[in-house]
Write a protein that binds this ligand. Structure first.
Ligand code: FA5
Ligand code: MG
Length: 421
């Protein structure tokens, strides 16, 4: 595995992340393009669309109960114990794979979700009702208009005293939903086969918590999108190792169902292990980019990282007017293909990462357009099409050729592929 050497704060034996030093080892798979994003903390940049959505969600929850604790400054470097084990992920769960997760070293990862902080914040007890935690999260993933290796999540947790569940849960004040609100929920409050209650929970307690959770999140969506009279939302069953029962909420956006969040009743073991055996509660995790793209009509996830005032200035008056993003340009795109024979263990995400490092935000999309297996040798060849487009200038064919050559060289060097043609 390669080491991170590309920022001034990294050497081949250690990496600095927000002032802390971590030794690197054979598990390290950080890339320069990802390390550069860590100090940006878009959720704390005034008038940035990610920060605007964060504040609107915080306002809503603090109105339902003023005791939520706000957390938004934790480092993204967390232990594998925090990111996976404390959340009851199996030892061989696929999201632990280095093709999906950035490893700082074998024991430390860049958090893949805000849930990584559940045990530590719950053990801290600074708030006895719950918290709202916003952070940048990191995943090795595909490249297109709605996927980026760094994005932002908000995690919400609400816990109740098990003995006072009824009174504590009814003390929260939810704004009524508008008449005619279009909400579809075929999932109910649990399903013994596909979405079970926990053995640790009485049915009526789990149902009360689930009802409170769904009511809180339906109210949230109407708080955020209430001016859209055609808004439609639906609930579907989901699975997470750290909640049961679990759900996802989707909204209808541009003719398709788009997943906004995952949620559920917190696994009692997590509350027990963090010193809260007398509590019961719910958790949700939502994607802030997803909401901002729907709410402001932002068409491309790369735009959130733009420092161009033609992007940022459009959000300055957000408290006084409703904002619809006006695209300021769509410069021409240029695509280039690269084909190669894959070695054993090659993962498409390894290729995507090379493109991120060599092309940065000039890569708009990378698509696998052809796979061929040679019947005689058993070797597999893949062809990827990289679509290049700048958000602020026209790229010349020569500019793109230079980047494409670097991509070819680097995918051969790092991934050990054999280039064709
Ligand atoms: C999680 O990350 C869970 N931790 C959520 C959770 C928290 C469930 C607490 C239960 C209790 P998931 O991987 O589905 O789940 O991501 C949650 C949300 O993050 C998604 O619904 C989506 O809005 C957003 N999201 C996920 N992947 C991406 C991505 N590549 N780009 C942008 N947003 C994403
Ligand atoms: Mg999901």
């Amino acid at each position: 595995r390669r080491h991170s050497t590309a920022t001034s704060t990294s050497t081949s034996t250690s990496t600095r992340i927000l002032g802390a030093t971590f030794p690197t080892d054979a598990a390290t798979n950080l890339s320069a393009s990802v390390l550069e994003r860590i100090p940006r903390r878009l959720h704390k940049v005034p008038n940035h669309p990610i920060a605007i959505i964060k504040e609107r969600i915080e306002d809503y929850f603090v109105k339902t109960n003023q005791n939520y604790k706000i957390v938004d400054s934790l480092s993204p470097a967390v232990s594998t114990t925090q990111n996976f084990d404390q959340l009851l992920f199996d030892k061989d769960h696929s999201s632990r794979s280095p093709s999906d997760t950035y490893y700082v070293n074998k024991d430390t990862v860049l958090r893949t979700h805000t849930s990584a902080h559940q045990s530590e914040v719950l053990a801290g007890k600074q708030s006895n009702v719950g918290y709202l935690l916003t952070a940048d999260v990191y995943r090795r993933d595909e490249i297109d208009l709605s996927h980026y290796p760094v994005f932002h999540q908000m995690e919400g947790i609400r816990i109740f005293d098990r003995k006072a569940l009824l009174s504590e849960s009814s003390a929260d004040t939810f704004a009524p939903l508008p008449k005619g609100a279009k909400i579809t929920d075929p999932t109910g409050l649990s399903n013994p086969e596909t979405n079970p209650l926990q053995v640790a929970h009485a049915q009526k307690d789990s149902e009360l918590v689930a009802l409170h959770l769904k009511r809180a999140l339906e109210g949230l969506v109407w708080h955020l999108f209430g001016s859209d009279k055609n808004l439609e939302i639906r609930w579907i069953e989901a699975y997470f190792p750290f909640t049961s029962p679990s759900w996802e909420m989707e909204v209808m956006y541009q003719g398709k169902w788009l997943e906004l969040l995952g949620c559920g009743v917190i696994q009692q073991k997590i509350l027990d292990d963090s010193g809260n055996p007398d509590k019961i509660g719910w958790a949700f995790g939502l994607g802030l980019e997803r909401i901002a793209m729907v709410m402001f009509g932002i068409p491309d996830i790369r735009l959130f990282w733009s420092q161009d005032s033609r992007f940022l200035s459009q959000f300055e008056n957000h408290t006084t007017k409703q904002i619809t993003f006006q695209p300021y340009s769509k410069y021409p795109a240029c695509y280039k293909d690269v084909s190669f024979w894959c070695p054993d263990g090659f993962h498409d995400n390894d290729m995507f990462e090379v493109v991120r490092d060599m092309a940065g935000d000039l890569a708009e999309d990378v698509a696998l357009i052809d796979t061929f297996k040679n019947p005689k040798t058993g070797r597999t060849s893949k062809c990827f099409r990289i679509n290049y487009r700048s958000m602020d200038r026209t790229l010349s064919n020569e500019d793109v050729d230079i980047i494409q050559d670097k991509v070819r060289e680097e995918v051969a060097r790092r991934c050990g592929v054999e280039l064709r043609g």
